[in-house]
Design a protein around this ligand. Sequence first.
Ligand SMILES: [Mn+2]
Length: 245
Amino acid sequence: MSRIARGLKLIGDTEALMIEELDTLLIADLHIGYEQALEKSGVFLPRSQYPKLKRRILELLEDVKPRRLLIAGDVKHEFGEATAQEWLETLDLLDTLLERAKLTVVRGNHDNYLIPILKRKGIPLLDPVLAEEGYLIAHGHKPIPESRADVAIIAHEHPVLALRDEVGVKQRYRCLLKGRYEGRLLIVLPALSPLASGTEVNTTPRESFLSPDLAKAELREFEAIVQLSGKSYTFPLSALMPREP
Ligand SMILES: [Mn+2]
């Protein structure tokens, strides 16, 4: 794990962020049921990524042992009607996580159907943000609200970095984004879902970003951080973006 700013540590293979001051581990964009949603559009993947996802979250919790796990939105993928399997997976995940940590969810744009379940299990749902001790955490599909927080953390964008390997083949790496925006530090969390595709932050024109704030931010001054097998790599985005005309 590596320190990316005061009190903030990147955990796993670019998978989670620990906020030390809040004793909180932050993950986002799980998108449970994404493979089922793809099947409806004719794309078939090995069935259920869920056992892998669950195992990985438990490993991350075991590594860091936080008091609280905070999911920054998009627990489940579907907007519409979900299958029984997706609901069982979602319920199983919530129950499993509740045994290990205090669980809190910040509402994402896919989380409408989750609201009654969270209520029944007594899991706090924060809508639109969690604001504590100078940190503001939002899903990021809407503009970040006014606040005096020094650090804003969003998700939703599923940032990935596109890099060419030695033979010129493009590889995509999940990354965390970090930069200054509107007078504070802005951090964009990677998506935990291994499937859900993301925004290639160094090749995508700014107006095509999903988050309304990232579409306005000076991304050339941001850094992308990739952590793999315990080593972290920081890339100034300006060096990897096409030259400005
Ligand atoms: Mn989202």
